[in-house]
Design a protein around this ligand. Sequence first.
Ligand code: ATP
Ligand code: MG
Length: 354
Amino acid sequence: KTRLQDTLRIGSIPADGIGKEVVPAAQLVVEAVGVPVKWISLDAGFEYFQRHGVALPQSTVDTLINSCDGALFGAVSSPSHRVEGYSSPIVALRKKLDLFANIRPVISSPHVPRSLPGINCVIVRENTECLYVKEEQLTTTASGHKVATATRRISQEASARIAKVAFDIAVQRAREFKRPGKVTIVHKANVLPITDGLFRETVLAVSKESAYKDIIVEEQLVDSCVYRTFIDPQSFDVLVAPNMYGDIISDGAAAVVGGLGLVPSANSGNNFVVAEPVHGSAPDIAGLNIANPIATIRAAGLMLQQLGHDKAARAIEAGIQESLRRGQTTKDLGGSESTHSAAEKIASHAVAAL
Ligand code: ATP
Ligand code: MG
């Protein structure tokens, strides 16, 4: 990779809907805290597809691979009806760059009324397989009834590598918080003993490795995991889940810490990170400059942390906390800031925290 001394080269992929508003807001904050960064604007998304017939141009993939240290992604619209030739560019990107782990920290926000207190967990979502292999088929029976099926792929290899990520995070957090670490394996092996059974078995095998001997391991069926997310989320440390379950429990977990506008994620591979908010393109509020930029600003913080800019990442989180404390929030959290002004305030508090 060609590199400008210590300047980070970050792909900026706002894509669709509020992605176009929250990504520039996050860029503003990253620049404010003095991280030397060259942004490289890249195309992708449903709107791009509608204009050009392709959702993830090859040039975007090539630029990321050949000349970026990481990327910040906004959101993609995913129409719920089938659109010929379209499939989600973020799902494709995760596969093409082998970003096999989706890491989603979920933390209480003290000054957000709808946030339950005392939550601090990380959802580690497998990012390459499960139902996201997207092999669906529609057939018609002899009597003329339609039958649809989908393939759900779970491999030992992908399950083992996501398990390692989860256990490594648990070890690191145990050290940081000076308390025993815990990994909760989310599955539904009672109904799906072959697919979820393999996931469960593989994660349990990884848990036996000597590096993880101090980590407590527990299992939770996905349905009761959702229930527990709503009644006792404080009891989670690290959760590890197949792709689809991980997606579903993340949205639920976002709800108990104050909403989708607050929760970031990092898609990580061996050598690359694409950070993004957990939320989608929010078509209902797109273009109004009212989207909460915090999830994306936090995503940028996760990315900076992974790229070795810990101090800047911590200042950004401190800036967010200060804005929340002062109620300088967007409408979803009861405030009156715009996307842009909320980001500016966070930026100035982050600078003060440096
Ligand atoms: P997509 O198909 O892109 O996921 P969606 O319709 O599922 O779109 P989401 O983006 O997942 O929409 O959002 C779900 C709800 O949460 C919407 O009502 C949306 O307005 C709200 N929401 C999501 N993100 C934010 C945000 N950053 N700020 C404020 N509200 C948000
Ligand atoms: Mg959504």
